[in-house]
Design a protein around this ligand. Structure first.
Ligand code: GDP
Length: 360
């Protein structure tokens, strides 16, 4: 499943954030196909385009795309050696498609820090060291086997070279996700090895009012984790916000000087990290966003609605969201020449408004 694993040291606010995420599952009732598991939070991807589409089509309800977060047991120093919940942690994190690392950046004398001091950089180093060590263990087992296979001309020399490149990076203390581009390492080649630090990383800094207002502090941490994205939020505040009625929540948000809830940012950044995008459909019943991978063709996109749509795909009528809103209706968009008929090789764009034609 395309889930984002929430990881981090103990006592940094992971459960608080995860609880806020599960409370945000208000739309779950609209997704009868989604099985709700206790350690998975399925949150809507905020998409203001749906409300506009619903206006154009008179749709009764909105169905945004969703992003799934899975709660992963806290990591401790020595996890790569099976310390604490180490093995369970590593197994959980292997299953996630991306890693959201929560780091404590709030001051609170009542909340104990496992290492006795609040230092986001040190915490990130501690967690990433465990992940790097676990990946090195994987490579130490794999590389000799790959070498043997290549010697007898059965193995793939490119895979071996990539594995060795990965080992060099990891030995230098760099996660594969952040070091691959500079080292010209193609991570897709290593996919079969399921290395943890090759997954997309997102950093959530769980901070307080002071941290949310401190741009220099944020810029420094952003630079530290780049190219991974950083989100600054107050998990406790988010968990309180989610309990309120929309008007009250908007007021509280405005009072705090924030434009939108941190959870919205997290959903967007998470969706992006998974390499996903959406296309849109609309009618009198619903305006809906469908999740696809970047680079998918029209028949693949149709298959998300129903496998028969992919098999029987004939063509798609596509109007870009902006063109449709500007025209005001499908008919107006058609007469303005903004409705395109696309065939099976068409590569979908984010925000395409689509109607598929298919044989059954
Ligand atoms: P976990 O071990 O990472 O899951 O951490 P928890 O979510 O259980 O949080 C540990 C403690 O920190 C709890 O007492 C929380 O109430 C507190 N906490 C979590 N987030 C915040 C925050 O943003 N600000 C403050 N002051 N306390 C927080």
């Amino acid at each position: 499943a395309l889930t984002i694993g929430i990881a981090g040291l103990p006592n940094v606010g992971k459960s608080t954030l995860f609880n806020a995420l599960t409370r945000a599952q208000v739309l779950a009732a609209n997704y009868p196909f989604a099985t709700i598991e206790p350690n998975v939070g399925v949150v809507p991807l905020p998409d203001p385009r749906l409300a506009k589409l619903a206006e154009v089509f008179g749709s009764e309800r909105l169905l945004p795309a969703t992003v799934s977060f899975v709660d992963i047991a806290g990591i401790v120093r020595g996890a790569s050696e099976g310390e604490g919940l180490g093995n369970k942690f590593l197994a959980n994190i292997r299953e996630a498609e991306a890693i959201c690392q929560v780091t404590r950046a709030f001051a609170d004398p009542d909340v104990v820090h496992v290492d006795g001091k609040v230092s986001p950089r040190d915490d990130i180093e501690t967690v990433n060291t465990e992940l790097i060590l676990a990946d090195l263990q994987t490579l130490e087992k794999t590389i000799p086997r790959l070498e043997k296979d290549v010697k007898i001309k059965r193995g793939d020399p490119a895979l071996l070279a990539a594995a060795q490149g990965a080992q060099t990076l990891l030995e230098a203390g760099t996660t594969l996700f952040s070091g691959a581009a500079a080292a010209k390492l193609d991570l897709t080649q290593l996919a079969t090895l399921q290395l943890m630090t090759a997954k997309p990383f997102i950093y959530v800094f769980n901070t307080d009012d002071a941290g949310l207002a401190d741009e220099a502090f944020q810029a420094e941490l952003r630079a530290f984790v780049a190219p991974a994205p950083a989100i600054f939020l107050d998990a406790k505040f988010e968990s309180e916000l989610i309990e309120l009625e929309p008007e009250e929540a908007a007021e509280m948000l405005a009072d705090s000087g924030q434009d939108e809830p941190g959870l919205n940012q997290l959903a967007r950044v998470g969706f992006e990290a998974l390499g996903l995008q959406t296309y849109l459909t609309a009618g009198p019943k619903e305006a809906r966003a469908w999740t696809i991978h970047k680079g998918w063709t029209a028949p693949q996109a149709a298959g998300v609605i129903h496998t028969d749509f992919e098999r029987g795909f004939i063509k798609a009528e596509v109007i870009s969201f902006d063109d449709l809103v500007e025209a005001g209706s499908v008919a107006a968009a058609r007469s303005a020449g903004k409705a395109r008929i696309e065939g099976k090789d068409y590569v979908m764009h984010d925000g395409d408004v689509v109607e598929f034609r298919f044989n059954v």
